[in-house]
Design a protein. Sequence first.
Length: 143
Amino acid sequence: MRIFTIGYEGATVAEVIAALTAAGVDRVIDVRALPLSRRPGFSKTSLAAGLAEAGIGYVHLKALGTPKPGRDAAKKGDVATLRSVYAGQLELPEAQAQAAVMLDLARAVPSALLCFERDPCHCHRTLLLAAVGAGCEVVDLVA
């Protein structure tokens, strides 16, 4: 199974949609704890609407997001703390349940995990797939 990932940092909604469309993505799985953004068009409601106009589905899986201490660490470039905080998040029953949902969704149609961080090496979506995506081919898209 192939799972795409994309970060919208520095991109417009149009650029993200173009990258998703070019890759053949049919669904975005938003893995942000807080699906809000200061960047126009990237908050949950407006993002879902923009994706729908392009024929791309949208699902938000809150429990797969990074808790505030992990987000703060990521902003500072403290990957070790991000890894530690996120590992704890993934131990929670609701995160485990949503990880199973994520994998089922990705099996059904080509899907992309979406978060803010442009560089997947500094983002929890890479940690998520390393923890639960055994056997998945991961393709990181750039908008």
